[in-house]
Design a binder for this molecule. Structure first.
Ligand SMILES: Nc1nc2c(ncn2[C@@H]2O[C@H](COP(=O)(O)OP(=O)(O)OP(=O)(O)O)[C@@H](O)[C@H]2O)c(=O)[nH]1
Length: 358
């Protein structure tokens, strides 16, 4: 009898777009489906996996959540992703559906290509690539760099073959999509949503389905069961890097231009107790702005509180909430992962975040 392939959904999208929030909602509404999650994060602190483990649903237990924290999934396909997938597929009790959350800085293309590896291809198929978009960030011009400035830089520097790293990555993630979710529409009025829709549509030559969502609420029936077999169509979804490489190759030039994440950096900062988190957040916002911190998240130790406080910053929009009590297995301390662009003044970022904590 022909073995039925297990469907796998890839959830991608830039830092803080709402991938984990969408997955959390999906887990609460997955019906009877047994879901396995593979979670990949940029930065050495597994916040997303930890937040999702806190959901405690029967259809996805802690054992079904696998964290890949050795770097971006697109760069560790052979060493990390494929062996993880093989182990998952070798389990006695197989999942009905696999959901993979990429880091916000990952290119989905190499990950999808891994589904064509012989031992994987026969057992699992990409049900769809879902690209989550932070509509508020698009409306604020986060992904639209100053094209005149880039053109001027190019005129001065022949080696500048890129758009900005953020813009390029954003487009690569859109190019790979079967479904684009315009998330965070609660933060925009109808006119601005229409403008975001037009901008996003204009950034990819393909025509994936597009839906709007608030608070990461996407019906599971829309999210799971797209049936795209994306791995068969990967040649139509090439990233900027792949296209540049092909163009150079065709012109007889060759170069060692592999994708890496040199443009982005992250670090984990351990701090002591924070007595007044609201004050910390107020003082953090100008620091985020000054250093253009792209993403900051983690856990805060508030003295006297039995619960740990989760902090989530996407640009200067900062949220915090108590998610669960500290347990005996936790080291009770404030730990934050901070992600920004490579050219930042690292020492000064650390100093300013520490100063905000008091
Ligand atoms: N207002 C609003 N906030 C949202 C929505 N979806 C997510 N958020 C918030 O955005 C922040 C980031 O959400 P996550 O789901 O962690 O984003 P992510 O894409 O998983 O982030 P990374 O894994 O770090 O790239 C959190 O503070 C969420 O509560 C939404 O639709 N509306």
């Amino acid at each position: 009898m022909l073995q039925q392939k297990i469907p796998a959904t890839v959830i991608t999208g830039f830092l803080g777009a709402g991938k984990t929030t969408i997955i959390r909602n999906m887990l609460m509404n997955a019906g009877g489906k047994k879901i396995a999650l593979i979670i990949n994060e940029f930065g050495d602190l597994g916040v997303d996996g930890d937040v999702l483990k806190g959901c405690g649903t029967d259809n996805c237990t802690e054992d079904d959540i696998i964290e890949l924290t050795n770097g971006c999934i697109c760069c560790t396909v052979a060493d990390d992703f494929v062996p993880t997938m093989q182990k998952l597929l070798d389990r006695d009790v197989k999942p009905d559906h696999i959901v993979i959350e990429t880091s916000g800085l990952a290119l989905p293309q190499p990950l999808v290509a891994a589904f064509n590896w012989p031992d994987i291809r026969t057992r699992v198929t990409v049900d769809g690539v879902v690209t989550v978009v932070d509509s508020a960030a698009v409306a604020a011009g986060r992904f639209a760099d100053d094209h005149d400035a880039v053109a001027a830089q190019r005129a001065e520097d022949d080696n500048l073959d890129h758009e900005s790293p953020i813009e390029e990555l954003f487009e690569d993630q859109l190019t790979c999509a079967d479904l684009i979710v315009l998330n965070k529409t609660d933060l925009l009025d109808a006119e601005r949503i229409a403008a975001v829709r037009a901008e996003v549509t204009g950034r990819t030559s393909r025509k994936p389905s597009l839906i709007e969502a608030k608070n990461g609420e996407v019906p599971s029936i829309v999210l799971l069961g797209i049936g795209a077999s994306t791995e068969d169509d990967i040649d139509n979804r090439k990233s900027h890097h792949e296209l540049e490489h092909e163009a150079l190759h065709a012109s007889g030039e060759d170069h060692d231009h592999h994708h890496d994440h040199d443009e982005f950096e992250s670090f984990v900062l351990k701090l002591g107790e924070i007595k007044d988190p609201a004050d910390f957040i107020d003082r953090l916002k100008p620091v985020i702005e000054k250093h253009d911190i792209l993403r900051l998240k983690g856990f805060i130790d508030v003295p006297g509180k039995p619960m740990r406080l989760v902090i989530q910053a996407v640009g200067t929009r900062v949220e915090s909430y108590f998610d669960r009590p500290w347990t005996s297995g936790d080291k009770r301390e404030t730990r934050l992962v901070v992600i920004g662009l490579h050219e930042w003044d690292f020492a000064s970022v650390v100093e300013d975040v520490q100063a905000a904590a008091g």
